[in-house]
Design a protein around this ligand. Structure first.
Ligand code: ATP
Ligand code: MG
Length: 439
């Protein structure tokens, strides 16, 4: 391997030295070593040690029991960063939902239970020794992703490794080694044994870590995993909208994984998108937010009257303007990119989206009333006008808001009062005709 070897942060050296001084062999392992060899900024530096969690907690003053059952203790370094220190482990038995592990004696054993060769390298921060028993560095050089050991066994131990393979191969532009690929494809129908949370976190990592997530998602599709875990998205593929979806999310930043998710869901019918989100088991608030972003109508065109912008903002929420506009802009750019090859395709040009977005912001700056609660009149005022409280009140207030959205200068008490009485007559007549006053 010709690439420069990792330079560990000083806190990693300090943790290593402290443990080694106490008699416990300790290595930096996993993703950070891989990233360093790739010349990419390393994310979290994880450590593997011969010391048991109990010993680690005894040796360091500031520790957090992150995952004692997995042998992981968080050690707080002087720089305020927390490092995960995990006791050497090896796999013993498994149900495919996650591997079951016991403590091990050596770093080689520990590396042997890791998923892919590129993730199974260790670096000794003090002795400056590189430990790579499975040839991860050579695989990185050759741009190959392969499992440590026989792919069939390794995927059956933990089916999440299938999705991890697709993520790493996409993110680092690796070819999946033929046996690994063959076995992975044959096992995608076992993915449903995994907990929805683990499957979801994998997708959010693809969307949240990778500036160019299309490669991983394309691998989801090609391997058959997409059809198993996200059939709704696989349907977008057969409808021919998949390439556009991928091109869109590549034009949105990884710092906004949920906006990217919403963009992926935009081609779906609302119920299909909702079904997928519910299956992902995100919190209700996040599910609701993503569903709203996914189903919001496009912004009014740049030539539309102000009232249309106010109606859009009232309907979808001023707080969502930026995110919907970003999605639309990304879509428009993706479309423009396509159109430069093939013939014209429908939808606004990027410059038009930018202009609509600017118009919407200008309208917002005038602080127009956008909700019933912004009206200069409320339910009590309606009663003072002699109207009888009841379900019709909501309709009247909605009607008033609609009238005010058309022209914000209408938001004053006397005009609203007169309009309310007019609306009350209409509401009462409608209610009478349908035999019930509520709506
Ligand atoms: P990322 O940059 O995505 O965090 P990473 O390699 O650090 O990449 P993690 O999920 O943080 O990935 O896991 C850290 C290390 O633990 C991996 O490099 C790998 O060696 C090992 N590992 C994690 N999950 C599994 C798994 N399901 N099966 C086997 N080994 C795993
Ligand atoms: Mg990591």
């Amino acid at each position: 391997m010709t690439a420069t070897l990792p330079i560990a942060p000083s806190a990693v050296c300090w943790i290593t030295r402290t443990l080694e001084d106490a008699g416990f062999e300790t290595w930096a392992v996993g993703g950070a070593i891989r990233d360093a060899l790739l010349g990419r900024p390393s994310g979290d530096w994880d450590l593997a040690t011969r010391a048991t969690p109990k010993e680690v907690r005894r040796i360091f003053r500031r520790t957090v029991p992150i995952g004692i059952e997995h042998g992981t203790v968080g050690v707080l370094a002087r720089d305020g960063t927390m490092y995960e220190v995990t006791t050497f482990r090896r796999d013993v038995e498994t149900d495919g939902r996650h591997a079951v592990v016991v403590f091990a004696e050596t770093i080689e054993e520990d590396l042997g239970r890791r998923d892919f060769t590129i993730n199974a390298m260790a670096w000794h921060a003090l002795r400056e020794v590189f430990c790579d028993p499975y040839g991860g560095a050579a695989d990185l050089d050759d741009h190959v992703l392969r499992t440590v050991g026989r792919p069939d066994e390794r995927f059956r131990e933990d089916f999440l490794r299938i999705l991890r393979a697709l993520r790493f191969a996409g993110r680092f532009e690796l070819r999946i080694e033929p046996d690994t690929w063959h076995s992975l494809r044959g096992l995608v129908d076992r993915l449903p044994v995994l907990s929805p949370e683990r499957v979801r976190e994998e997708l959010l990592k693809v969307l949240g870590q990778d500036p160019a997530p299309a490669r991983s998602l394309e691998l989801y599709a090609e391997s058959g995993a997409l059809a198993v875990v996200y059939p709704e998205l696989d349907a977008v593929r057969s409808d021919g909208g998949w390439a556009r979806s991928l091109a869109t999310i590549e034009r949105l930043p990884p710092a906004r994984p949920l906006t990217r998710l919403a963009a992926l869901l935009r081609p779906l019918l609302e119920e299909r998108a909702a079904a997928l989100l519910v299956r992902m088991r995100l919190s209700n608030a996040v599910t609701d937010e993503v569903a709203r972003l996914a189903s919001a109508s496009p912004l009014p065109g740049p030539q539309a009257p102000d009232a249309e912008f106010r109606r859009w903002l009232a309907r979808y929420g001023a707080s969502r303007l930026g995110r919907v506009a970003r999605i639309e802009l990304a879509e428009a750019r993706a479309r423009e990119h396509e159109a430069s090859g093939a013939g014209g395709s429908r939808g606004p040009a990027p410059t038009e989206v930018v202009e609509s977005w600017r118009r919407a912001r200008a309208v917002l700056r005038t602080s127009p009333p956008l909700a019933v609660s912004d009206l200069a009149i409320d339910g009590r005022d309606l009663m003072r006008l002699g109207l009888r409280p009841g379900p019709g009140f909501g309709l009247i207030l909605e009607g008033l808001l609609d009238w005010v959205l058309e022209d914000p200068s209408r938001n004053e008490t006397s005009g609203l009062g007169a309009r309310a009485i007019e609306l009350a007559t209409i509401v009462a007549e409608d209610g009478g005709r349908e035999g019930s006053g509520d709506g």
